[in-house]
Design a protein around this ligand. Structure first.
Ligand code: GDP
Length: 394
């Protein structure tokens, strides 16, 4: 699936930058265009793979290239005011060649949190291609203002996109690591999962593996209908000897019996990966029962993929989610030394983490208001002496 990716703010820019690197490395052909937008000049300068002409600094007259300091209302205002500059970069994208837009942002900060919903609304108004969002939730240790920003942005972002893919930093952070090193690893995880998902729709149909290759229309149809999505992933290393059934066991025993054994093993591996992917850590942890639509992608060397395994995995997913709309298919990756299962769960509704985020956000909002209300009084008390014996200069 060919995407025009727009990274808003620091997290968004870094993730798009990583997608561009992944795409070149894997030859997966998913990033047709990449744009980074920010109010902070230094963040744009830190990018490695996005061409400089596609890095857009906005809000210069308001914040002078220094960022909005986690003020997402200001982030939204600036995005609105400087939309022409963003549109200038988008104008150089051959939109007729892309299947969809993907707007990526960390929702806890200012520029991306405020700007991503604004640009998405704008894109939807102008283009007929679907506009998807990828929203990164902050870790719960980041504090009240980040949680409040994320909760408000999440609400707005979901409304403005055709589907919001969510990644929760809180479920992925590791203790004892520097924040930067931690983000680097987390970003790798993000790109790996979504790279396989979107790469699946880019395999040429035809040839020996044509029968059940995932097409980009299947990704689009799974995301259609809107709402919030999460992705599961599991992988197993395999020996990739290149050709057909050329494994050692097969060479030793030969014959049909062996083929059956291989097939059974391949099928079991696939069904077990499907379970692990769905029941393991999701990009946004949630209850999978009640999911509206799902897509199962099995990636790996063609000889390790089979229709029976995917069919079983798909059925199992239907039972677990209760959905009647579960699609599935292959993503043949010839040189791979792994088999991986990626599951897109679209339209998830039972997400305790979002409810918790909203609760903490409301508390933070109330606290901020209380503190603001008391602030004038407190300052007055501090600055003036108790019996008003001192006089100001003027
Ligand atoms: P902005 O530049 O004002 O949009 O804000 P940032 O993107 O710097 O930060 C917003 C939120 O994104 C933070 O609160 C973090 O939760 C998250 N974040 C920042 N950098 C990264 C990153 O590289 N990867 C991930 N996964 N999250 C990040």
């Amino acid at each position: 699936m060919k995407l025009a990716m727009i990274g808003f703010g620091q997290a968004g820019g870094k993730i798009v930058d990583k997608f561009v690197g992944y795409d070149a490395e894997q030859g997966s052909n998913i990033v047709r265009a990449a744009v980074a937008v920010n109010t902070a000049k230094a963040d744009l300068m830190g990018l490695e793979n996005i061409p400089e002409s596609q890095r857009v600094l906005i809000g210069q007259s308001r914040v002078k290239g220094h960022g909005v300091g986690a003020d997402n209302e200001l982030g939204a205002e600036i995005a609105e005011e400087d939309m022409d500059e963003v549109q200038g970069a988008i104008d150089s994208i051959p939109v007729h060649e892309v299947d969809a837009f993907l707007v990526i942002a960390g929702l806890g900060g200012g520029t991306g949190s405020g700007g991503a919903p604004v640009i998405s609304k704008h894109l939807k108004r102008i283009y007929t291609e679907p506009v998807y969002g990828m929203g990164i939730l902050p870790g719960s240790d980041e504090g009240g203002i980040y949680t409040l920003n994320a909760a408000r942005s999440f609400q707005t972002f979901v409304r403005e996109v055709d589907n919001l893919l969510v990644f929760d930093n809180d479920a992925w952070r590791k203790t004892g690591e520097s924040v930067q090193g931690g983000y680097d690893q987390i970003n790798d995880e993000i790109v790996k999962r979504f790279g396989i998902l979107f790469g699946a729709g880019e395999v040429e149909q035809g040839g020996e593996v044509a029968e059940s290759v995932v097409d980009s229309s299947e990704i689009i149809n799974t995301l259609a209908g809107g709402g919030v999505s999460t992705v599961g992933y599991a992988r197993e290393e395999v020996e990739n000897t290149g050709g057909g059934n050329g494994g050692l066991l097969s060479r030793l025993t030969g014959g049909e019996e062996e083929d059956e054994l291989d097939t059974a093993h391949t099928t079991n591996r696939i069904t077990s990966l499907v379970r692990k992917a769905a029941l393991g850590r999701l990009t946004l942890p949630c209850e999978i029962e009640g999911t509206e639509r799902a897509l199962l992608v099995m990636a790996g060397p063609p000889k390790y993929l089979n229709r029976k395994g995917i069919e079983r995995g798909r059925k199992w997913l239907e039972e677990q989610t209760g959905s009647m709309e579960v699609r599935g298919g292959d993503y043949p990756v010839r040189g791979a030394n792994f088999v991986a299962g990626v599951i897109l769960l679209s339209g998830v509704n039972n997400v305790p983490r979002i409810k918790e985020l909203q609760q903490v956000a409301i508390e933070a909002q109330d606290n901020i208001e209380d503190i603001r209300d008391e602030s004038d009084e407190n300052l007055e008390e501090l600055v003036n002496d108790d019996d008003d014996e001192l006089e100001s200069l003027f």
